[in-house]
Design a protein around this ligand. Structure first.
Ligand SMILES: Cc1cc2nc3c(=O)[nH]c(=O)nc-3n(C[C@H](O)[C@H](O)[C@H](O)COP(=O)(O)OP(=O)(O)OC[C@H]3O[C@@H](n4cnc5c(N)ncnc54)[C@H](O)[C@@H]3O)c2cc1C
Length: 419
């Protein structure tokens, strides 16, 4: 039996822990916060399990838009001036990563295996943890003002098609019948039926970690700060409350993984793409489908707590205080998507949240053995798709630690690609 320390209990760490236990490994989870708690990106995301999310954030021509991002503090993507000098090396790579259709297509091909079976895999994990009802698969609507707006995204949809994503095109009438809650401004939509939702990601992760502990894992409330190695082999994970002796370790600390990766030989340009959400309790509308409105750059979905709108990208680092105006942007847009939301919503029905997407410039995670110590496995950097990709990532990590060949080629996820 191998003693494995999993660092971080977001969706990635939680899925790794469950999959490692399935292989009979001895698992310790190190997490300073509450598993499933608000500190993690996994708590507050858009809830979508989208195998169709194969498109990186960076797209051809992005560099032309950067000055605008710097000027507009409330656009869908903003950069804080004060953070620009530190961000520059990442930003440069980010813009380059999506600078041609061929690069976007290559990223799409590399992402798809992490996403394509996600709803089923999450469903199985959730059922095992006793919360199967949290994973649904009703499809996700991508709503557009008209067909021309859809066609303006031709590159993204052709990359999706090339990766086996199928969709149903809905004209105005069909859209109205499928989703009456949506504003009449949307006159065209595509329904991606393979997409799904985790209705309550925080509750799901908490359940996965409870299940892991019930299956023999130990949960240590601590913050990992590094590793103790001897002759290149891992001896212990070092935490703020002492060392944990182990044979293998998994870095799954989301946006906080950079320093840990560096300690085992990999300098990774990992950034936080800060995102926000708004949850409206009793929103006065009952959307049937999760929706991605093309003009809003956000995900809208019902959760047990209310209607959640998640989105925005703010490049401002891990430390800066949230700019809650950005969540207010989401709130204002909610009414443009669902006109049935009352204009005079009492403030106590609204909750705001900010969290950290762990993002590499090319939108692909770091997944595989660390360069400086093969006993440590990287499992971070899933950016905008980590909730979806978490289940398959857990399986791949368990394969690597068991010495099995993963079912997917993991070469595109090597941390060494950033050297
Ligand atoms: C607004 C928003 C919307 C999103 N929408 C979607 C979506 O609809 N679908 C989708 O697939 N993805 C979505 N994402 C992305 C997704 O949420 C993330 O990619 C994913 O949650 C990352 O999971 P993680 O486990 O790597 O990191 P996290 O969930 O951030 O977990 C990392 C954990 O590590 C812990 N940690 C940190 N430092 C240490 C340390 N030193 N030692 C031990 N533990 C540590 C933290 O406390 C935390 O609990 C969205 C993200 C945001 C912000």
């Amino acid at each position: 039996m191998t003693r494995v320390v999993v660092i971080g209990a977001g969706i990635v760490g939680a899925a790794c822990a469950v999959e490692l236990l399935r292989d009979g490994q001895q698992v310790t989870i190190v997490e300073p916060g509450e598993p499933g708690g608000e500190q993690a990106a996994s708590y507050g995301n858009g809830t979508l399990l989208n195998p169709s999310s194969v498109i990186p954030m960076a797209s051809p021509g992005l560099w032309k838009k950067v000055p605008g991002y710097l000027r507009d503090p409330l656009g869908p993507l903003t950069i804080r001036w004060s953070y620009l000098p530190r961000l520059w090396p990442w930003l440069h790579r980010f813009v380059r990563a999506g600078s041609s259709p061929a690069k976007v297509a290559a990223i799409g091909r590399a992402l798809r295996p992490l996403l394509d079976q996600a709803p089923e895999r999450h469903r199985r994990l959730a059922e095992e943890a006793g919360v199967g009802e949290l994973i649904t698969r009703q499809g996700v609507l991508f709503a557009f003002p008209d067909r021309a707006a859809f066609e303006a995204e031709a590159l993204a949809w052709s990359v999706r098609r090339d990766n086996g994503v199928k969709w149903l095109e809905l004209n105005e009438d069909e859209l109205r019948q499928r989703e009456p809650a949506l504003d009449r401004r949307y006159r065209f939509a595509v329904l991606v039926e393979e997409n799904g939702q985790c209705r309550d990601p925080g509750a799901y992760i908490a359940a996965l970690v409870r299940h892991a502990v019930a299956s023999g894992a130990v949960l240590v409330r601590a913050k990992a700060s590094g590793f103790r190695t001897e002759a290149g082999r891992l001896r212990a994970v070092v935490t703020d409350s002492g060392e944990i002796a182990c044979d293998r370790a998994v870095i799954a600390a989301g946006a906080w993984s950079k320093i840990l990766a560096e300690a085992v030989g990999d300098r990774v340009p990992l950034e936080t793409e800060r995102g926000y959400h708004v949850v409206i309790r009793d929103p006065g509308v009952e959307p049937r489908y999760p929706v991605m409105p093309s003009d809003g750059k956000m995900g809208c979905a019902m959760t047990p707590q209310g209607l959640r709108l998640g989105g925005q990208v703010e490049l401002a680092g891990l430390e800066a205080a949230p700019n809650w105006q950005r969540a207010e942007v989401l709130l204002a847009f909610a009414r443009k998507v669902y006109p049935g939301i009352p204009a005079d919503l009492p403030r106590d029905r609204i909750r705001l949240w900010m969290g950290h997407r762990p993002s590499t410039p090319d939108g692909l995670p770091c997944l595989g053995s660390a360069s400086g110590c093969p006993d440590v496995v990287h499992a971070f950097g899933h950016g905008h798709v980590g909730l979806t990709a978490g289940a398959t990532t857990g399986r791949i990590v368990a394969d690597l630690i068991a010495g099995r060949a993963p079912e997917t080629d993991i070469a595109p996820y090597a941390a060494a690609r950033f050297r």
